[in-house]
Design a protein around this ligand. Structure first.
Ligand SMILES: O=c1ccn([C@@H]2O[C@H](COP(=O)(O)O)[C@@H](O)[C@H]2O)c(=O)[nH]1
Length: 498
């Protein structure tokens, strides 16, 4: 799953925009771990014991907070500073993070020559989802990391360190270097792959960055610098949210105070901070149109279940999957009905659904996207914007007046079109749509849908000369709903026997 989708899911599921740094700093390790070894000792055995204690500490923090944060951010420097044992500690720490929580490796990487190896190690060996980079090596450095389309980079554009002002505020207050960074780095990659890191307790810099990057994800840092020592409250939270949130009330990740690492009950601190931030977001967003955030019901699915389990439950909860007898276009009666048209009224679900289609489309070769009207037009439009591909659609009925076009949108004969539809029952709508497109001199190879009703429909698509791709099979939905207790055994068996 891409960093972008993973982050959105984690925000929705944990209802949190908080990111927790996993920094095993021996100097602030809680006494209960520190007592197990001698901080002053220089012996090898003590060093190993210390690293073991750091691991116990990091693991405790992860286990205590994994349902309360949207990302973890290990600072690479703390691990490399401990040599080989530190890198082992990093590997173990990363492995302890649940796979659905994105990991932002705080490397502030700044060396061009080692960047290809660094990207490979970070993304392929360590499996992190994003990495922080220093901007001053320019696009060449970023490009090595942007070779991975599912990963993201965070360009560090502002530091809270007071002496950094000598550089970042240069040459003038009106045109400081850091705003040049913000402006220039955005051409390196789209919003899913390039985010910004802004370290400042003062919302001014954050607001200026937001105004130049209205659609970028921003990781705020150092917002605790002016706050009270308790670490539970950010003094100027409202100002920071006003400065950093995007027009939709999102696009911002806030750091948890590092005090959370040193107290006995980190979960309590992170939970109360999360709730405070969420309340403040609601209060901040009261003037702009807001949608209710989806609050997950208590769900019995273990995380090793279906990778889209939470999305399936959300679709069920917003009424996209109902168990009622429905007459199909083919004349058959089915015991369920899937109404994916409803997703457009819930931006979070809509966005997640588009993300799942996008993962399939990214693997395909095509020139344009076509949505089958009417149900799939919003999804196809979302995909066209998300993936930056032109959109067309075959009309359901051709008008007897005006341009009388069979296909809306611009295209060139001979181009390859990927067809996007919502659900394959008999396959008739998707096949007819594809054939209409082909009748205008275009080529169709792939048909991508959200749900495959199974019962041989994919064979029918193949027989018509197309390759079907589906995000979910109806049997996977059935299994997930049953396991979570959303449907009865009777309903489960009815669907199983279709
Ligand atoms: O549960 C359902 C069943 C059907 N639809 C609509 O029908 C077509 C798919 O049917 P085919 O037989 O494959 O042509 C689909 O595009 C939907 O518009 C539905 O929404 N929900």
């Amino acid at each position: 799953m891409s960093f972008d989708s993973k982050l959105r899911n984690a925000i929705a599921i944990n209802q949190s925009i908080l990111c927790l740094g996993l920094d095993p700093n021996p100097e602030v390790m809680p006494a209960k771990y520190r007592e197990a070894y001698d901080l002053e000792s220089k012996s090898e055995a003590h060093h190993e014991r210390m690293v073991d204690c750091l691991w116990e500490w990091m693991n405790f923090i992860i286990q205590s907070t994994a349902d309360l944060v949207c990302a973890y951010k290990p600072t690479l420097g703390f691990y490399t500073a401990m040599g080989a044992a530190g890198l082992e500690l990093l590997t173990k720490t990363l492995a302890a993070i649940p796979p659905e929580i994105p990991i932002i490796l705080d490397a502030k990487h700044a060396d061009l020559n080692s960047s290809t190896v660094m990207a490979k190690t970070a993304f392929e060996q360590w499996g992190v989802d994003a990495i922080t980079l220093s901007p001053y090596l320019g696009q060449d450095l970023a490009a090595r990391f942007l070779m991975y389309p599912d990963k993201a980079i965070f360009v560090s554009c502002y530091s809270s360190n007071s002496t950094a002002q000598d550089f970042q505020a240069y040459p003038s207050r009106e045109q400081p270097l850091y705003l040049n960074v913000v402006q220039n780095c955005q051409v390196w990659a789209g919003t899913e792959n390039l985010a910004l890191e802004v370290g400042s307790a003062n919302p001014d810099a954050l607001a200026k960055v937001r105004s130049l990057a209205p659609e970028r994800l921003i990781l705020a840092r150092s917002i605790w610098a002016n706050s009270q020592a308790t670490g539970q409250k950010i003094d100027n939270l409202t100002e920071i949210l006003n400065a950093g949130l995007d027009a939709n009330g999102g696009g911002l990740i806030l750091p948890v105070n590092q005090d959370a690492l040193t107290i006995g009950d980190p979960a309590q601190l992170v939970r109360s901070l999360r709730d405070e931030v969420n309340q403040a977001i609601v209060a901040t967003a009261h003037q702009s149109p807001v949608c209710e955030q989806w609050i997950p019901n208590v769900c019995l699915i273990d995380q090793s279940g279906h990778p889209h389990a939470n999305l399936i439950l959300q679709l069920f909860d917003i009424g996209c999957i109902t168990f009622e007898e429905t007459l199909q276009a083919s004349g058959q009666i089915f015991p369920y009905y899937i109404d994916l048209r409803r997703i457009i009224s819930n931006p979070q679900v809509f966005d997640a659904v588009i993300g799942t289609y996008a993962e399939i489309l990214r693997e395909l070769k095509f020139d344009r996207i076509a949505g089958i009207p009417y149900g799939s037009l919003p999804t196809a439009s979302g995909l066209a914007l998300r993936l930056n591909f032109p959109l067309i659609f075959p009309r359901k009925e051709v008008k007897a007046y005006g341009a009388r076009r069979l296909i809306e949108g611009n295209y060139e004969a001979g181009e390859t079109i990927v067809v996007v539809d919502d659900i394959l029952i008999s396959g008739k709508s998707a096949i007819e749509g594809a054939q209409k497109i082909e009748s205008c001199g275009l080529k169709v190879q792939d048909i991508v849908v959200f749900i495959d009703h199974e019962a041989g429909v994919c064979d029918r698509i193949h027989q018509s000369g197309y390759s079907p791709h589906a995000v979910l099979k109806i049997s996977e939905i059935n299994e997930t709903l049953y396991q979570s207790g959303r449907i009865t055994e009777k309903q489960f068996l009815t669907l199983s026997h279709l």
